[in-house]
Write a protein that binds this ligand. Structure first.
Ligand code: ADP
Length: 427
């Protein structure tokens, strides 16, 4: 197995796919792993994204997991390490919750023996821009975007220099938009200046993809980069890699097709309706019947068995917010969520055991449950279906040792016809 060039550590699961998707679009062949692998890579690739779930866990634990990922990536030959966090910089001090971006960055710098890195969540394609160190989500500052009310990581300050400085002993500085506009030489000169001033981490302004593409060459040779997924678009050329459709090639698709959905987001509700309106077979599963002890998974699989022979089917718990609230009121929020996730994961596994080899999963948490039930540990990243959502290919014991095409669509991603369109993209 050849060596990888870029090793990435992502602090959550769907964020890892988002980064992997950007790297593939820029020409890299990428595998996403679920946690730190305990075995070898299943494919020859340029980059690996290790998906952790370290965003809101205790800092010491986040550091330990990130260092384990680093060690594994170094073992694969990674020349540069990319620590990926959310484009809203989710991580803050608030009561018991301590920000992890600072501690993890510091630990990775120490382990890599480097005195300088950058930090920018900028992702202009997704309306996240940084100006004078302030993070904007769309047209408003981060702390006016709704993120100030996030249940786990409330962001009450949009000034990233301040936010990050509160999480790290290293001095935090800024590379501002005027430097960014002047390109690689100016950025490198600014880095030298900041270093001389004792700055260890520089927040970087980026107003557009052009800024990120100018940043790319200035990061060549930097042992550690910390960022959202946006910075990834400018890195592959540093390794002599340019966009190519070969990067997203997956094995030929075969087998039966199905969609399972445990997402109740608005976009998913529209996607379920669109699939039903197209006259395709769809079965709603009811949380209260699961709670009453009915084997809803077995029922769904019996329903699907003859239908999957004809074309794609959909099994969903997707419901509008009133229905969800009513179920949550009766079962409890967590209990309802866990019960539905378990059921959908069992259905996904059953469908694959019955010959489904092209599977669409809707819902971030739901995806985590399905990947676990299918015993999937590595995903080869393929072509993008919609922004942030690629087809992947994975091995699963449920597929009797064969490969399986899989796409994991988080809540609000994807066009209304996503559930039908996805299958037309596989050859
Ligand atoms: P999204 O990406 O849209 O946020 P997730 O899968 O991450 O979707 O989260 C949806 C959560 O809601 C899951 O825990 C799921 O089990 C739960 N859920 C799904 N359908 C229902 C329902 N009808 N009633 C209550 N909870 C549900």
């Amino acid at each position: 197995m050849g060596k990888i060039v870029l090793g990435c550590i992502a602090d959550d699961f769907t964020g890892a796919s988002d980064l992997a998707n950007n790297l593939v679009r820029a020409g890299m062949r990428v595998v996403q792993t679920i946690g730190v692998p305990d075995g070898p890579l299943g494919a020859e690739v340029d980059a690996v994204v290790v998906a952790l779930k370290s965003r809101t866990i205790a800092p010491a634990e986040a550091v330990a997991q990130s260092l384990a990922a680093l060690q594994w990536l170094q073992g694969q030959g990674a020349q540069q390490i990319y620590f990926k966090y959310c484009s809203t910089f989710d991580s803050t001090f608030s009561g018991e919750i301590r920000g992890n971006i600072g501690p993890v960055t510091e630990a990775l710098m120490e382990a890599l023996n480097t005195d300088f890195t950058i930090a920018t969540p900028a992702f202009p394609d997704n309306q996240r821009t940084v100006f004078k160190g302030y993070l904007f989500a769309g047209d408003v500052l981060l702390n006016e975007s709704g993120m100030q009310n996030h249940p786990l990581t409330p962001m009450t300050d949009a000034n990233l220099v301040r936010v990050l400085q509160a999480q790290t002993r290293r001095k935090v500085g800024l590379i501002d938009y005027r430097v960014m506009a002047r390109g690689e030489a100016a950025i490198r000169a600014r880095i030298d200046q900041l270093r001389a001033e004792g700055v260890g981490v520089a927040v970087v302004d980026a107003l557009s993809n052009d800024d990120l593409l100018r940043l790319g060459p200035a990061l060549k040779g930097m042992p550690l980069v910390t960022a959202g997924s946006g910075v990834a678009i400018g890195l592959p050329p540093n390794f002599g890699i340019s966009p190519s459709s070969r990067a997203s090639e997956l094995p030929a698709a075969r087998g039966l097709q199905a969609v399972v959905s445990g997402s109740c987001s608005l976009a998913t509700n529209r996607q379920v309706l669109d699939f039903i309106k197209a006259g395709r077979p769809a079965l709603a599963i009811e949380p209260l019947r699961i709670a009453a002890g009915v084997d809803v998974a077995a029922e769904a699989l019996a329903w699907a068995a003859p239908l999957i022979q004809q074309g794609p089917v959909l099994v969903y718990s997707t419901a509008d917010s009133n229905a969800v609230k009513s179920v949550q009121g009766r079962l409890g929020v967590e209990e309802a969520g866990a019960m539905v996730e378990r059921t959908i994961a069992a259905i996904a596994r059953g469908l694959v055991e019955r010959g489904v080899r092209q599977l669409v999963v809707a819902g971030g948490e739901t995806s985590g449950a399905c990947v676990q039930a299918l015993n999937i540990t590595q995903l080869q990243i393929g072509p993008q279906i919609d922004p942030g959502v690629p087809w992947c290919h994975a091995l699963s014991d449920a597929a009797a040792g064969q490969g399986l095409h899989l796409t994991l669509k988080s809540g609000n991603f994807g066009s209304d016809d996503f559930f039908s369109k996805a299958f037309t993209m596989l050859k």
